[in-house]
Write a protein that binds this ligand. Structure first.
Ligand SMILES: Nc1nc2c(c(=O)[nH]1)N[C@H]1C(S)=C(S)[C@@H](COP(=O)(O)O)O[C@H]1N2
Ligand SMILES: [Mo]
Length: 329
């Protein structure tokens, strides 16, 4: 069951915490310091209504970011709370029977303007992608600090490193955590000779070594090794993504779950690899240092720039493409 993230829904979460609901109606203004501005829900132990007071009580992080808004480059210095630490306070749930189950989960960030943007838990986790997103509530410009402008605040998600501003969700009102809906089961491990790309694609396609070798080659260094294969972004576009026609940036609400022959899984958001946004050069590798991957299978997902290689799923059997659950239903 999906939690109601509309403001009417703050009756259920916020009243218990705050004894009130910020004057009813629309989202509270910045003057309502203890009114909830952001609901954190989904698969968390402690769904919560976060106010500006809650945010201000957390360690203050200052972050200068540059991104393109349309075609105009912008630089902002935001002040906020670590998005990851807020999720930590809420307690992201995980299935302890699955190795690194957190890595197959994702966070849906929703703004009042209808933006629906996915970050994967692995992308944000300091142990893996370590993306230092904030829930920003103030901005510094020309030496003065003030609340975010009406078009951005009261709070805005940041996506430091992203090329464009699509994942800088303005008027952020919800962060919801979801488990992976991937259905491909493990097959007991062992070397996998092919994998299938399915889900929100034009038609499912199975790739073996020859099919991968027919696509453009790229390489990425991971530690002292060099992995060679096909860009995940290129591969998905060769297959053909089935995108929402109504969203302004449809890839930003999409993600993939990669599964290995042992059933191990990890998720990558399309925003993370889209060259217009996260631009991370994830690849489906079929060579390491000029030879085949041997025990790691015909193909392995390689996510570069990570603290640990937990998302580099070996012995790939499936890449399932999903559109995040959308709000309001
Ligand atoms: N299929 C599969 N891929 C996997 C794993 C796994 O258990 N199964 N473990 C992950 C983890 S937690 C890490 S740290 C790296 C380890 O990669 P290595 O064996 O090349 O060092 O693989 C990742 N890929
Ligand atoms: Mo690991």
């Amino acid at each position: 069951m999906r939690r109601n993230m509309k403001w009417a829904g703050c009756a259920t979460v916020a009243v218990a915490l705050l004894g009130g609901c910020g004057g009813g109606g629309g989202p509270p203004g910045v003057e309502n310091y203890i009114s909830p501005v952001l609901l954190i829900g989904g698969a968390v132990d402690r769904p919560s209504a976060v106010s500006l007071a809650t945010l201000a009580a957390k360690p203050e992080v200052t972050q200068t970011v540059t991104f393109d808004s349309g075609t105009t480059p912008q630089t902002h210095t935001y002040i906020g709370a670590s998005l990851w630490s807020l999720l930590g306070d809420a307690g992201i749930q995980a299935d302890a029977s699955r190795k690194n189950d957190l890595l197959s989960r994702y966070v849906l960030a929703t703004g009042t303007d209808g933006d629906q943007v996915v970050f994967t838990v692995g992308e944000l986790s300091p142990d893996f992608g370590n993306k230092a997103s904030l829930v920003a509530y103030r901005e510094t410009s020309y030496g003065f600090q003030g609340p975010l402008g009406a078009g951005q605040g009261p709070v805005r998600a940041t996506a430091p490193g992203d090329v464009k501003d699509g994942r800088y969700v303005s008027k952020l009102t919800g962060l919801e955590v979801f488990a992976s809906p991937a259905t491909t089961p493990g097959v007991g491990g062992g070397v996998s000779p092919s994998f299938k790309v399915s889900g929100a694609v034009t038609a499912p396609v199975t790739f073996d070594l020859a099919a991968l070798q027919a696509l453009p080659r790229i390489s990425q260094a991971i530690g002292t090794s060099t992995y060679t294969g096909v860009s995940l972004w290129t591969l998905l576009n060769v297959v053909g993504l089935r995108q929402s026609a109504s969203a302004s940036n449809p890839t930003l609400s999409m993600y993939v779950v990669a599964t290995g022959s042992d059933g191990y899984r990890a998720a990558v958001s399309l925003g993370e690899i889209d060259p217009d946004f996260g631009a991370k050069g994830a690849l489906i590798a079929y060579e390491v240092d000029g030879s085949g991957l041997r025990a790691s299978g015909m193909a392995r997902l390689i996510v570069p720039g990570e603290v640990k290689q937990g998302r580099s799923v070996s012995n790939l059997t499936a890449i399932e493409v999903f559109v995040a659950r959308s709000g309001g239903s």
